[in-house]
Write a protein of this length. Structure first.
Length: 408
């Protein structure tokens, strides 16, 4: 390309930029006028193709910059046509403007959080999911300097809260704190979910994990796992077990136990783990596989008797309670609770929540508080959480199919 042709190309591109950039920034200004419009704009900028295009434009404009300098030095004279001047100025200014646009979403994430953050917990207060969320929130409030509001939305084994979280604006100010089953098992149990665990959320981090405990009322005649199994086998269909809803973490743990023990027991769904435990204390059901974090208070207070834990070895929060595996060799069941965010949440915010959660979980005080509740801190990366969720989803798909667990 000759110098004259190159100069002409520079002028044409400059004029195009002079038309494009004012329109572009006018649109951005309109987006900033309302919260909904802004969130829509930010979601658009987070698309991989858009991000790639932004940086491609920056690179192209940087190349044009050198040509623009040449035009300004050699050809920019007062009596030149005003259109050429406008084009040259645009060529020189565009790299900086393009770079500013490309970094806009990053700057937005760095400023987060500037107001209270909400954790949606898909179960009523008092359950293990709720306990975990509240313990973590206390520490994150100190790190972020912002209030964290816990909003309990129970129902449909976590589905009600999940659907609400899926519809939230993807700005980091609404985060979802589910148990593992809400993200990996419900889709195999409920024929029509009003949320999609894979499409509606992005993983952030697993916060804690822990076993369940087999508990019976304090006045129950059964004092060991073997006692309970032998009695259940002698009375098929007479024993009942409560849980937090079909497909909930404690429901699946109980199904695993019933299957491994070879007994016939009737499930009784409640609207959350805490109500199920209250029902067990009152003698409404025979036994329950509850998360240690939710049951330990009842056990320590003498309202429930712990027969066995679902970990392979004894668990520190319940000293002296043997593993169920001593009676049913190989039996093990572990649950988890973590954080996911609505799809479209900027990656910078996802990373910040992950890093700050990991930092919180590394503190001696929070570790100790979780251990007392029978929970083990995790704090894995978003990528690790995504991989483990996929593997767990395949596992529950098989269990649900074999146990014929379904909602009719």
């Amino acid at each position: 390309m000759s110098g004259r042709q190159y100069a002409l190309a520079q002028r044409i591109s400059g004029v195009a930029l002079a038309v494009f950039l004012p329109v572009h920034f006018w649109a951005l200004g309109r987006a900033l006028e309302g919260e909904a419009a802004l969130q829509s704009f930010l979601r658009w900028t987070e698309q991989p193709l858009v991000k790639a295009s932004e940086w491609a434009i920056v690179l192209a404009l940087a190349v044009h910059f050198f040509g623009g300098v040449r035009i300004l030095m050699v050809e920019f004279l007062p009596w030149r046509d005003w259109l050429k001047n406008l084009g040259a100025v645009s060529v020189c200014a565009a790299p900086a403007l393009g770079l500013l646009f490309a970094l806009a979403s990053g700057a937005h994430a760095q400023a987060w959080p500037q107001k209270p953050v909400k954790f949606i917990v898909p179960f009523p207060p008092g359950g293990a999911t709720d306990v975990s969320a509240r313990l973590l929130a206390q520490r994150l409030q100190e790190i972020w300097g912002q209030t964290i509001v816990i909003e309990n939305r129970g129902g449909a084994a976590g589905g009600v809260g999940a659907a609400e979280a899926a519809r939230a604006a993807p700005d980091g100010y609404t985060l979802f704190f589910p148990s593992g089953s809400v993200m990996t098992a419900n889709q195999h149990i409920y024929p029509k979910l009003n949320y999609d665990p894979e499409k509606d959320f992005v993983p952030v981090t697993k916060v804690v994990m822990g076993p369940q405990v087999l508990v019976v009322p304090a006045n129950s005649p059964y004092r060991t796992v073997k006692d309970l199994i032998d009695a259940a086998k002698a009375q098929p269909g007479k024993f009942t077990f409560g849980h937090a809803g079909i497909g909930s973490q404690v429901h699946l743990a109980a199904e695993n136990f019933v299957n491994a023990a070879g007994i016939d027991a009737v499930q009784v769904p409640y609207k959350g783990e805490a109500p199920a435990l209250t029902g067990l204390v009152a003698g409404e059901t025979t036994f329950m596989l509850a998360n240690v974090a939710a049951a330990v208070g009842h056990v320590n207070a003498g309202r429930l008797r712990a027969l066995g834990v679902t970990s392979r070895t004894e668990f520190g929060a319940l000293p002296g309670v043997p593993p169920i595996a001593k009676t049913l060799p190989g039996f093990e069941n572990v649950g988890w609770f973590g954080i996911v965010a609505p799809a479209g949440t900027p990656r910078e915010i996802v990373q910040k929540v992950y890093q700050d959660t990991k930092k919180a979980l590394e503190t001696t005080e929070l570790k100790a508080r979780f251990y007392v509740q029978g929970l083990i801190p995790v704090g894995n990366s978003p990528e690790e959480m995504a991989r483990e969720m996929r593997e767990e989803s395949r596992l529950w798909a098989r269990v649900v199919r074999e146990r014929r667990i379904e909602v009719k």
